[in-house]
Ligand binder design. Structure first.
Ligand code: SAM
Ligand code: SF4
Length: 468
């Protein structure tokens, strides 16, 4: 293994700017050739992505959406994997201009949950029906939330059970670590390690990160190299949309993906596309010149779907129902549901803006969101099988690329959704869910049905955690 890069040499601003400024309105024939290639699900090159970014023509944009829908449907079917974020501490020594947790924010009530409080939060989350948690914290090591505290929190979450409830996968979004610390993090049994670059544009990065360890752009851009080096091959990346030009961020993220593929033989497992939300004590979100419009957001999701077809894409349920519906069709494969960004928010079951990282707490319940997704025709999935069967990194790609995924993910989605309907759903959600399951079984091929039907029957007869 070669030494870890200390400088983010893989981001080449000049190449990106040249590409963006030289790509004029593309010829329809060239665009349609790119769509045809995208349908083969082998991904797109840097120049092809830049060409799609330049697209303005409404008819071709509609064709872009159409192509993304076809690719999404072919690879992911109608599944949407659901998870819930768990914020365990809002203490932070950094000064990110857009985030309520930043050290200087006097409006924020600071809190670091004890292990007992983390267990109580976990129980409250399990009682909503979730099986997958994304753990988040500010960067305050070693004073308040040391790394040992984080490792212990993961242990607490896995050890907490409530009736049939259990958390089967803990993903983690915490600040970048050194290789040795990543090895310890891996030993706790995490699923995905996620870290957002915020912006890949070095100059803008320096302007918005004013103090603390996070000012080091290179430490952040090389974080996934260190995680890979430590043996964590299930990685989540993404820019925080609204800090800088989304067109630059997409191309820079592509350079990041190519770098990981070249160096480690495998890119990220997921890409997140969070848009900036209002946060207490800052007007950053209201005043940013780079706010991403709904139209550009949809385009970005569709382009990413074609660019890296086998990489999962995650969005927040804070997006409006209309945007969620469109994005699920265009390429989103994972969503958070029933989220709170204030530590302790689940147990009290009402948000507290003065502890929250951004936006007022979500008003709709997990059950409402699950029903809405089912009524849209998508299958809410609580599946955690791949990581527990070791299907991560290149192994996952081996399963995913030949299209085998539909014999694993579709049946697993239906069996975990059945579990949810049996144990947690309201009568209205149960009715909507049962209807959806019947429809989807009827649409499956014979092999899928042979796998899925006995799994659903086993769950209905009381068996839990049924997966292939
Ligand atoms: N503190 C760690 C870090 O910054 O990497 C990890 C946890 S932080 C709570 C997770 C992410 O929240 C950040 O990476 C950032 O992208 C996102 N975030 C911060 N402020 C936000 C805002 N106002 N709207 C939406 N997302 C925000
Ligand atoms: Fe702290 Fe992360 Fe918020 Fe920055 S984004 S202030 S590092 S919690």
């Amino acid at each position: 293994m070669t030494a870890v890069a200390e400088q983010a040499t893989y981001i080449n601003d000049q190449v990106i700017f040249d590409c963006l400024s030289h790509t004029a309105q593309p010829e329809p024939a060239r665009v349609r050739a790119i769509f045809a290639k995208a349908r083969e699900m082998q991904g797109l090159t840097f120049d092809e992505v830049a060409t799609l970014i330049a697209l303005q023509d409404p008819e071709l944009t509609e064709e872009l959406f159409h192509t993304a829908r076809a690719v999404k449907e072919e690879i992911y079917g109608s599944r949407v994997v659901l998870f819930v974020p768990l914020y365990i501490s809002n203490r932070c020594t950094n000064e990110c201009s857009y985030c309520a947790y930043r050290a200087s924010n006097k409006e924020l009530k600071r809190v670091t949950l004890s292990q007992e409080e983390i267990a109580a939060e976990t129980k409250a989350i399990e009682e909503l029906g979730h099986k997958r948690i994304l753990l988040l914290a500010g960067e305050a090591y070693p004073d308040h939330n040391s790394l040992d505290y984080i490792y212990k929190a993961i242990e607490t979450i896995y050890a907490t059970h409530s009736g049939n409830g259990e958390i089967r996968r803990v993903n983690v979004n915490i600040a970048p670590l050194a290789v040795e610390d990543f090895r310890n993090l891996k030993a706790t049994g995490i699923g995905t390690y996620q870290c957002f670059q915020e912006t890949y544009h070095r100059e803008t990065y320096a302007k918005v990160h004013l103090h603390g360890k996070k000012i080091d752009y290179d430490w952040r851009t090389t974080v996934m190299d260190r995680a890979m080096e430590a043996g964590i091959d299930d990685l989540g990346i993404g820019p925080l949309l609204g800090i800088y030009d989304w067109r630059f961020e997409v191309l820079a993220m592509l350079q990041h993906i190519h770098h990981l593929e070249e160096r480690f033989g495998c890119g990220p497992h997921t890409i997140s596309v969070p848009r900036l939300e209002p946060a207490s004590g800052t007007d950053f979100t209201a005043t940013t010149p780079w706010k991403v419009s709904d139209a550009d957001f949809l385009k970005l999701v569709a382009i990413l779907r074609l660019t890296v077809p086998y990489t999962g894409m995650i969005m927040s349920t804070r997006e409006t129902a209309e945007i969620r519906h469109k994005c699920l069709q265009l390429g989103i494969s994972q969503m958070s549901a029933g989220s709170r960004t204030d530590p302790g928010g689940y147990e009290r079951s009402k948000g507290d803006f003065y502890k929250a990282q951004f936006a007022v707490g979500e008003t709709r319940s997990t059950d409402d969101i699950v029903r809405e997704i089912a009524e849209m025709g998508f299958t809410p999935s609580f599946c955690t099988a791949c990581y527990r069967l070791g299907r991560t990194g290149t192994d996952f790609m081996d399963v995913a690329k030949p299209g085998e995924i539909k014999y694993h993910c579709e049946p697993n989605a239906l069996s975990t959704f059945t579990e949810y309907l049996e144990d947690y759903a309201s009568p209205e959600t149960k009715a909507a869910g049962e209807k959806l399951i019947l429809t989807h079984i009827a649409e499956m091929d014979a092999k899928q049905q042979r796998i899925a039907k006995p799994m659903i029957a086993a769950v209905r007869s009381g068996k839990r955690d049924v997966y292939v």
